[in-house]
Every structure is written in structure tokens, then in C-alpha cells.
Write a protein that binds this ligand. Structure first.
Ligand code: IMP
Ligand code: MG
Length: 178
């Protein structure tokens, strides 16, 4: 497999995560603990960096979702593979996502979490593919808008490759996008 081409450098990511952390810390100041919920696997590196830069009380939780359909395309049918251990009722919840493509996965998750009656529910996504969105999902804190390319690194994969690259790069998937 060829080396991904750099789209967002390690330094740009670091600076953006600092900015997001400062903004989130300011917004939640004085509200008590915020529960950060990351969607595995892709968001694990972003969550690790973001959570350590917040200056407010926070707790980290994980969920795993799986979307039906072939790799590279989200059919919209999403399934919870690993749920939260604890109730989020009355808690300030911030969903931390690596990437929003069509928006279907994040919208499904928000609809599900909302039924559990958190005190508040917001979203933070590192990357959004702006012209791919099909669902108008609310992103309260956004890192970068990118074009419709397949990106890897900083937690993101292509068929489980390249997840641990320090930057976000572009690969050419062999299969065309669905
Ligand atoms: P959505 O439901 O179409 O917004 O898809 C979101 C999910 O698709 C993300 O959480 C990723 O798992 C995956 N995904 C979408 N685009 C990319 C990409 O460019 N690189 C890696 N994963 C992606
Ligand atoms: Mg994801």
C-alpha cells in the first residue's frame, strides 16, 4: 500500500485540538463534570489528546457502533456493538467523533443518547466531509472541513491500515465509493 499524502499535518492537528479544548473548557466552565463519549475505534486518538487538554472536570466513556453495508459506505442502518456501562441521565454529554461523512452515524447516536435524558448533549468532530452530508447533524465543535476524499491516520483507517499515523493523510481506495 502506498504512503498516504499529507492533508492535515501533525502540527495543524495539535493546534486545532488546543483550540477546541480551550473553547470546550470555556463553554463548560462551572457546569460540573462533562462526560466525553468517543465512538470506537476511530475517535480514540482524538479523544486521548482532547481529553488531556481540557481544564474542566471530565470523564471518558466509549461506545462502538457498526454500520451495515460495505466498507466505505454507510447505509444508515447502525447497530450498537458496545454500549455505555453507566447511565448518562442528568449528565453533560459531549460526543467525540473522528469524522462525519454522511452524518448518519452521528445522528443515530444522538437520537439514541437523547432518549437517555442527559442534562445536555453536544458534539465535537475533528473532521467533516462537507459536501457528503445527507443528514443535517449538529456539530457544536468542528476541527476541519475536508473535501470528499478517503482520509486515514490519527485514528482513522482504510481497512484497518494507517490508524496510528500522526497526521491525517489521503489514500486512494481501490474500490470506488458507494
Ligand atoms: P457517516 O455515517 O457516513 O457519517 O460515516 C461515519 C463513519 O464512516 C466514520 O465514523 C468512519 O468510521 C467512517 N468514515 C467515513 N469517511 C471516512 C474516511 O475518510 N476515513 C476513515 N473512515 C471514514
Ligand atoms: Mg467514527
Amino acid at each position: 500500500m502506498t504512503e498516504p499524502k499529507i492533508l492535515i499535518s501533525e502540527e495543524d492537528i495539535r493546534r486545532k485540538v488546543d483550540e477546541l479544548a480551550a473553547q470546550i473548557s470555556a463553554d463548560y466552565e462551572g457546569k460540573g463534570e462533562v462526560t466525553l463519549i468517543a465512538v470506537l475505534k476511530g475517535a480514540f486518538i482524538f479523544l486521548a489528546d482532547l481529553s488531556r487538554r481540557l481544564t474542566i472536570p471530565r470523564d471518558v466513556e466509549f461506545m462502538a457502533l457498526s454500520s451495515y453495508g460495505k466498507a466505505g459506505a454507510t447505509s444508515g442502518a447502525v447497530r450498537v456493538v458496545m454500549d455505555l456501562r453507566d447511565s448518562i441521565e442528568g449528565k453533560h454529554v459531549l460526543v467525540v467523533e473522528d469524522i462525519v461523512d454522511t452524518g448518519k452515524t452521528l445522528q443515530y447516536l444522538l437520537d439514541l443518547l437523547q432518549t437517555r435524558e442527559p442534562a445536555s448533549l453536544k458534539t465535537c468532530a475533528l473532521v467533516r466531509k462537507k459536501d457528503r452530508h445527507e443528514v443535517d447533524v449538529k456539530i457544536d465543535y468542528l476541527g476541519f472541513d475536508i473535501p470528499n476524499v478517503w482520509v486515514v491516520g490519527y485514528g482513522l483507517d482504510y481497512a484497518e491500515h494507517h490508524r496510528t499515523l500522526p497526521y491525517i493523510g489521503v489514500v486512494e481506495p481501490r474500490e470506488s465509493r458507494g
